[in-house]
Design a protein around this ligand. Structure first.
Ligand SMILES: [Zn+2]
Length: 138
């Protein structure tokens, strides 16, 4: 993907503040941080979203997230974290190379993550449970 900014970062054709990398993943500071230490984990190969990414690559991403999280805890005294992954445009994915956000949290940092529950959807739980379970191993 020639026009992918994350592929450019992997190749060294765009600047990044790398905090960790190995043969399969790279972790670097988000250029638009919502808190100090906000880090992105990406696979070095280009995969679009969660559907496109092999599970082995996802496992590498999560292992790197664990490693980076401990470093954030020690280096920046991070007390809590949010992991965030947007897969697809309807979920707010803006760069179409899968990436996992590690967002450090601190007491009183006042970052709000908004989800508004829709309790009326509980009426559909039986039906939805059956639909999902029937497709879970396909
Ligand atoms: Zn890419």
């Amino acid at each position: 993907m020639n026009d992918c900014i994350f592929c450019k970062i992997v190749k060294g054709d765009a600047a990044s503040w790398t905090v960790y990398e190995d043969e399969s993943v790279k972790a670097f500071l988000d250029i638009n941080p919502v808190n100090i230490g906000h880090t992105l984990i990406i696979p070095k190969k280009h995969y679009k979203d969660l559907f496109d990414t092999p599970k082995e690559e996802l496992m590498h991403m999560m292992k790197a997230a664990k490693k980076v999280s401990y470093a954030l805890k020690k280096a920046l005294r991070v007390t809590s974290l949010n992991l965030y992954l947007a897969s697809g445009e309807d979920a707010g994915q803006e760069i179409h190379h899968i990436h996992l956000h590690i967002i450090p949290r601190f007491p009183g940092d006042n970052i709000k993550i908004h989800y508004r529950p829709k309790p009326e959807l509980r009426q559909k739980f039986d039906e939805i449970q059956l639909k999902i379970r029937s497709m879970i191993n396909l």
